[in-house]
Design a protein around this ligand. Structure first.
Ligand code: ATP
Ligand code: MG
Ligand code: ZN
Length: 345
């Protein structure tokens, strides 16, 4: 899978420019903080960066190892290799999503007392740190107050607000935020180049825009597009559920039930994404509503519906959107919404 195959392995490969330069500065300062906190949305590289950082400070072939000219991990020495395989005794990872209790945290903390065996630092990566229980946080806090010189904690979380401020204030915070479109675009370029694929720049840009600001989602999306051998922008627009977004609303406005259901069936058959479709329909309807109320200027064609009909349809589509999470057939929520709409109008 692309997102695993192209997981960044060096600081330089972290496509998130801001994070890359912060991590570089920390490494160059040679004063490694005892606790780092990586905060950011899903799929922005927190876990990847934690592993790269552990390698960098324990690598035998870079400046930390007294060789080489920079702080990049070599990914080739015994330490780097062992860290990549998760068999390095001085890098301990705790996934707090599945090991959140006091016992798990305690057994990790017991390890803090030991000196590194093969590395320079013992690194304790706590992923999904917001899942730790209050007891666990208390135990951790004591350790963070007086960590041994050789210990480095890296906490990663998507939910900063769920961490006690006492913990947060003891960490150097690195904000991963959301993925920037340009950075995601660069990751996509890196992937397709390595895969020997060719895509129009507009295709990559569209994928980056539609990735929910997540590098992982973008990597998955481009892989699917590549697997399905889509090349052109129109193909990809269909795949992303962007095709004919005005058409479907116009057809619904015509109140032609048969035509509407045919359109949906074709959309499903062509592999369209209903979640994206609903988002776009809602966007468009909201704009139409604002036009009707005289708030927005008319820069798009007017839809042949009354304000009441538009509100009703918005409501039904929002219900359909919620149902997307549970439906076994992804066209079904839209089909129900449309059929209810026709019943009341
Ligand atoms: N900054 C980045 N540069 C390049 N690729 C990235 C970056 N961030 C994420 N990726 C891609 O997304 C995948 C997931 O990244 P990672 O697991 O590090 O994210 P995360 O922030 O820990 O996500 P989560 O919060 O869901 O655990 C990586 O394997 C990689 O393919
Ligand atoms: Mg992660
Ligand atoms: Zn190395």
């Amino acid at each position: 899978m692309f997102y695993l195959k192209y997981r960044p392995r060096t600081i330089d490969e972290i496509d998130n420019t801001r994070v890359r330069s912060i991590l570089q500065k920390i490494l160059e300062s040679k004063k490694i903080p005892h606790a780092l906190l990586f905060v950011g949305q899903k799929g922005t590289g927190k876990t990847s960066a934690a592993r790269i950082f552990s390698k960098a400070i324990n690598c035998l072939n870079n400046k930390f190892g007294g060789k080489g000219k920079d702080f990049e991990p070599c990914n080739d020495c015994a330490n780097c290799r062992a860290i990549a395989r998760s068999t390095f005794t001085d890098v301990l990872e705790l996934d707090a999503a599945s090991n959140r209790g006091i016992e798990e945290v305690k057994s990790l903390i017991r390890e803090v007392a030991f000196l590194p065996m093969s590395g320079r630092f013992r690194v304790f990566i706590i992923d999904e740190a917001h899942m730790i229980t209050p007891d666990g946080f208390n135990a951790l806090l004591k350790t963070l107050e007086e960590p041994p010189d050789s210990a480095v904690f890296i906490l990663a979380t998507t939910n900063l607000e769920k961490l006690p401020t006492t913990i947060v204030s003891r960490c150097v915070k690195v904000n991963f935020g959301k993925g920037r479109i340009d950075d995601i675009n660069n990751m996509l370029k890196r992937i397709i180049k390595a895969e020997g694929l060719v895509f129009a720049p507009e295709v990559l840009h569209l994928v980056a825009q539609r990735s929910d600001y997540s590098f992982r989602d973008a990597a998955k999306m481009i892989e699917e597009i590549a697997t399905q051998k889509m090349k052109t922008l129109p193909d990809v627009e269909v795949f992303l559920g962007l095709k004919g977004r005005s058409d479907i609303l116009e057809i619904i406005a015509e109140k032609n039930s048969k035509k509407t259901f045919q359109w949906i069936e074709e959309f499903r058959g062509s592999g369209g994404d209903f979640k994206n479709l609903l988002e776009d329909m809602l966007d468009k309807l909201r704009l139409q509503l604002l036009i009707k109320k005289g708030i927005a200027v008319e820069e798009t064609e007017k839809l042949n519906m009354t304000a009441a009909e538009i509100s009703k349809l918005i409501k039904l589509l929002m219900e359909a959107y919620q149902l997307m999470r549970v439906t076994p057939i992804d066209s079904l929520p839209l089909e129900i919404a449309v059929s209810e709409f026709y019943n009341v109008t």
